[in-house]
Write a protein that binds this ligand. Structure first.
Ligand code: FAD
Length: 372
């Protein structure tokens, strides 16, 4: 293999973008493909803990993201009807303990900022991977638009419906968990008027609603639910209504009702998962993020795990090199599997921070402390 390997990454989600930026900085020749025709600003929020921010610091993104985001002091868990505090978990209130901020931000703004860390001439939108062939020397890629490419290493960052995973390990559909998520963004003024927490999760027995601001100025406020429901459509996202949200959260605290009353554009998403995958690579092809460990989103750590994978994979390729890829990828898997599987199982169980607990093992982690 040549001194500087040419690495193809399929999927420009958080994991793929992080991998592209980190590998470029490590000196690799990287090319990032995505099926979408262009970058689009998905209407949703995201939380990134200190464990991810310490990685984004290496891309000079920590300070600009911090300047744009809301910095919640606590994660508040509240009882659905009377608002009783079930847990108040310090986030930025204990920032010095974590050595990095905990941010909440618009997903589109985050993705756009992360993309700026990747050389623009190495990003190819409108490239849907149809198939690939690993002949032991290189990996040939074929895209739906008829174009082809050839890389030394292929990274699958193509999400829960990964085509690459399917080709490597056989077809196995992700499983609908019986839960869906409603999402909506409302004006921040509505939340400020009722004295909203910066970041709160309201829990009842079989459902919850998570509510947080998306920016430093508190101009936008985000609602995302987890609730049982039927899902019959084959697609990934559908439009929904304020009435459907009202129905699902009937009897919830007046503060939650005020948020729901202010919703306009409401969407719903199926929450799907898969069993942990025992192997994350074959030949010259390696998986990261949701392609190998998708989860229900209830720990707000799915994208975080994808970015951590990207950082550890970059370190393994840098430190261990590319001459014995099987050894390099086995080490990457060994370093990641326990943490990713633990987060996947707690997230799926939806127990995270419902009652007082110390989240340091998750947020306090720094993948750069790890011995490769
Ligand atoms: P994805 O983000 O799914 O990206 C995959 C990319 O691959 C896409 O851009 C897609 O277009 C592309 N692609 C797919 N197939 C092909 C193909 N054949 N050819 C070319 N391109 C292809 N995580 C957090 O860390 N914090 C949160 O607060 C949080 N909240 C969430 C809330 C909800 C309701 C949900 C559903 C998830 C949430 N998550 C959160 C989880 C997070 O969204 C995912 O874990 C994360 O997006 C996975 O990143 P990824 O890069 O592995 O894949």
């Amino acid at each position: 293999m040549s001194e500087v390997s040419r690495i193809g990454i399929v999927g420009a989600g958080m994991g793929g973008i992080a991998a592209a930026a980190l590998l470029q900085r490590a000196g690799f020749d990287v090319i990032l493909f995505d099926q979408s025709p262009a970058f689009s600003r998905l209407g949703a929020g995201i939380q990134f803990g200190p464990n991810v921010m310490k990685i984004l610091r290496r891309l000079d993104l920590e300070a600009p993201l911090e300047a744009m985001s809301c910095l919640p002091d606590y994660w508040m868990s509240r009882k659905w009807d009377d608002g009783e505090v079930l847990a108040a978990i310090p986030l930025n209130a204990e920032r010095e303990r974590y050595h990095a901020p905990y941010i909440t931000i618009h997903r589109g703004d985050l993705q756009q900022k992360m993309l700026e860390a990747v050389a623009t001439d190495r990003v190819r939108f409108g490239r849907k991977l149809v198939t690939f062939h690993d002949d032991g020397q290189a990996v040939s890629l074929e895209f739906e638009d008829g174009t082809r490419d050839k890389v030394d290493i292929l990274i699958a960052a193509d999400g829960i419906n990964s085509r690459i995973r399917e080709i490597l390990f056989g077809q196995e559909e992700p499983v609908y968990t019986g839960w869906l998520a409603h999402r909506a963004i409302i004006p921040g003024a509505v939340a400020r008027d009722v004295g909203a927490d910066l970041n709160a999760k309201w829990w009842s027995e079989d459902r919850h609603i998570v509510c947080y601001y998306l920016d430093r100025a508190l101009d936008e406020f985000y609602l995302v639910t987890g609730e049982p429901g039927e899902w019959t459509s084959a697609g990934g996202q559908m439009s929904s209504t304020r009435d459907a949200l009202r129905e699902s959260f009937r009897g919830y605290h007046p503060m939650v009702q005020a948020y729901i009353d202010a919703t306009e554009d409401v969407t719903k998403w199926p929450l799907k998962t898969r069993e942990p995958l025992p192997v994350w690579h074959r030949g010259r092809v390696v998986l990261l993020g949701d392609s190998c460990h998708p989860m229900k989103p209830h720990m707000a750590q799915g994208a975080a795990m994808a970015v951590e994978d990207a950082a550890v994979l970059t370190r393994c390729l840098t430190v261990l090199g590319t001459d014995d890829l099987d050894a390099t990828f086995r080490r990457y898997h060994a370093l990641r599997k326990d943490r990713a599987t633990k987060v996947q199982s707690i997230s799926n169980a939806n127990t995270w921070l419902r009652a007082p607990e110390d989240p340091f093992w998750c947020y306090g982690d720094d993948v750069y402390d790890m011995t490769i």
